[in-house]
Design a protein around this ligand. Structure first.
Ligand SMILES: [Zn+2]
Length: 114
């Protein structure tokens, strides 16, 4: 696993409007992550079948109003979110968060850089 400036968070906090999570990385870039996108991308064994890699979680079961009630660091490599639906078993490695922030979670309609 690659641990470098691109996958090391410098600052983690809410965006100005309080609706999304903002991660500023050591390489100077930032990721804006919608809580809903994060929740449906949960990589834990209850949301993704470990054997097949198939997603068990049904996005339609997650309310649009989902939000983290707590965020914990897991060592130096991941974040653990405690969600408002009570789900708390997902560890999100920083490189995974970085990938989600780069559009891996699907169209936000905001387009790319420049
Ligand atoms: Zn999960």
């Amino acid at each position: 696993m690659a641990a470098g400036p691109a996958t090391t968070p410098r600052e983690i906090g809410p965006t100005a409007d309080g609706r999304s999570l903002r991660i500023e990385w050591m390489d100077g870039s930032e990721s804006i992550l919608r809580p809903y996108d994060l929740r449906i991308s949960c990589p834990c064994a209850r949301c993704v079948d470990e054997m097949t890699g198939r997603r068990i979680l049904r996005p339609e079961m997650i309310p649009e109003t989902i939000h983290p009630t707590a965020i914990h660091y897991v060592g130096r490599y991941a974040l653990q979110f405690v969600w408002s639906d009570g789900h708390d078993t997902g560890f999100y490695p920083f490189d995974y968060l970085r990938r989600l922030g780069e559009g891996g979670a699907g169209g936000s309609g905001r387009g790319g850089a420049a």
